[in-house]
Design a binder for this molecule. Structure first.
Ligand SMILES: [Zn+2]
Length: 118
């Protein structure tokens, strides 16, 4: 990723938080596209003929679980973007401590520091 990205991130452009914001927004787009694909896949199985097939239904359960995890992640990412706008991103929402860079690298949308996430 280029630091001189032309993405409009206000004064955050080129700052570490600005880079996070771009990452989070891209992830949000990715997840949205994936959830749409899952919805279409599930809709295509509503035909009663499909319901007869146990393997298809197992597949649907996996898809629904994936979709649920995706929705949760989307909520967390939106909350993280709101924290960036509120200038509180990177601070643990529970204890206020700084969330480490390494942890943010692994889970950029985490609202909790390592200690509180346990
Ligand atoms: Zn904490």
């Amino acid at each position: 990723m280029q630091a001189d990205s032309t993405t409009s991130t206000k004064s955050l452009a080129g700052t570490p938080v600005g880079v996070r914001k771009v990452q989070l927004e891209q992830r949000l787009v990715e997840l949205g596209a994936r959830l749409e694909a899952i919805d279409e896949e599930l809709d295509s199985h509503h035909d009663p003929d499909w319901a007869e097939l146990a393997t298809e239904r197992e597949g649907d359960e996996v898809l629904e679980a994936t979709g649920g995890a995706g929705l949760l992640e989307i909520r967390q990412i939106r909350a993280a973007l709101a924290r960036i706008d509120a200038d509180s991103y990177g601070d643990c929402v529970k204890c206020g401590a700084e969330i480490g860079e390494a942890r943010l690298d692994a889970i950029p949308w985490t609202p909790l520091c390592r200690g509180c996430a346990r």
